[in-house]
Design a protein around this ligand. Structure first.
Ligand SMILES: C[S@@+](CC[C@H](N)C(=O)[O-])C[C@H]1O[C@@H](n2cnc3c(N)ncnc32)[C@H](O)[C@@H]1O
Length: 279
């Protein structure tokens, strides 16, 4: 187919974390307190606060509840979507794979379970990465490593990876074109790039129900369970994301051949399966 209002300073935050560490708290407990400090701080009021929506800083604040909220808000189907994404990568044996906006590492860890592959996960959120690292240790997956980085300037040389993926991340990248071009740049020609992203179902019998879920249920349940306003951002950013045909055209513009677009769960989610164009 061609187709967050962090009102405390970094120093205050560091001091609080040191005190927590001295009191013998686990990493997860410290992260949870961090999130609650940010969540209590009210709605975004300045340009800087708004810029933080969707950024690593925002995800730092909700990291401790991110996995639980994912399961609840997606009614448990998010892991099935990630499984589809791994299948779509069609990985050769011994593949080196990059997971961009890896967050708490669910997709990277799923790929790493395939024998013989080497996986890198990149994300700007230190708290999300700390949880990913804890999960990798618990799962005894030494073939995955996590690094801080921005999708718009990936810290890798050209043609480093056999395949690349991003799940629920491209929506948060301020310059999407730059993010897609970077994924194409670091992936070898012909290698697969799989992009999984939420979308607003626009048609179908269950479209109105799915729209109600994402417009009303997700922000409300997300707000109640996380105590934070970030889940309103989730609904707004999904509504603002381009429809599948438009996003597929952007992918083509940025050096990818779109092989197919899979509409998942009544169109709530789309999987864009691409290959890096041969030069
Ligand atoms: C909704 S989470 C998705 C996490 C994970 N991929 C998953 O499947 O659960 C979005 C992630 O995008 C990351 N992110 C935000 N801005 C980014 C950027 N400019 N470059 C890379 N990742 C970014 C956030 O820190 C967050 O971890």
């Amino acid at each position: 187919m061609q187709s967050d209002n962090v009102q405390q300073t970094d120093v205050q935050s560091d001091n609080m974390q040191q005190n927590d560490a001295q009191q013998g708290k686990t990493q997860s407990e410290i992260l949870q307190q961090d999130g609650e400090r940010v969540a209590r701080s009210g709605p975004p009021s300045t340009a800087t606060d708004l810029e933080k929506m969707g950024s690593g800083a925002m995800f730092d604040a909700i990291a401790h509840r991110y996995d639980m909220l994912n399961r609840v808000l997606s009614l448990g189907v998010d892991q099935g979507w990630r499984r589809r994404t791994v299948e779509a990568l069609d990985l050769p044996s011994g593949a080196r794979v990059l997971d961009v906006a890896t967050g708490t590492g669910d997709l990277a860890l799923r790929i790493a379970r395939i024998g013989g592959v080497q996986v890198d996960g990149v994300d700007p959120s230190t708290n999300m990465l700390a949880l990913a690292q804890e999960k990798a240790v618990r799962a005894e997956t030494p073939n995955v490593s996590f690094h801080e980085g921005d999708a718009q300037a990936l810290p890798y040389a050209n043609d480093t990876f056999d395949a690349c993926c991003i799940a629920f991340g491209i929506r948060n990248v301020p310059d999407r074109r730059a993010g897609v071009r970077e994924m194409a740049r670091v992936t070898k020609a012909g290698g697969r790039v799989a992009i999984l992203e939420l979308s607003e179902p626009r048609s179908g019998i269950l479209g109105p129900l799915a729209r109600f879920h994402i417009r009303q249920v997700v922000p409300w349940v997300g707000g109640v369970l996380s105590g934070a306003r970030e889940y309103r951002y989730l609904q707004q950013s999904v509504a603002a994301f381009p429809p599948p045909e438009e996003f597929a055209a952007l992918l083509e513009d940025c050096g990818l051949n779109v092989l197919r677009v899979e509409s998942l769960t009544f169109g709530v989610c789309c999987l864009y399966v691409c290959a890096v164009s041969q030069q």
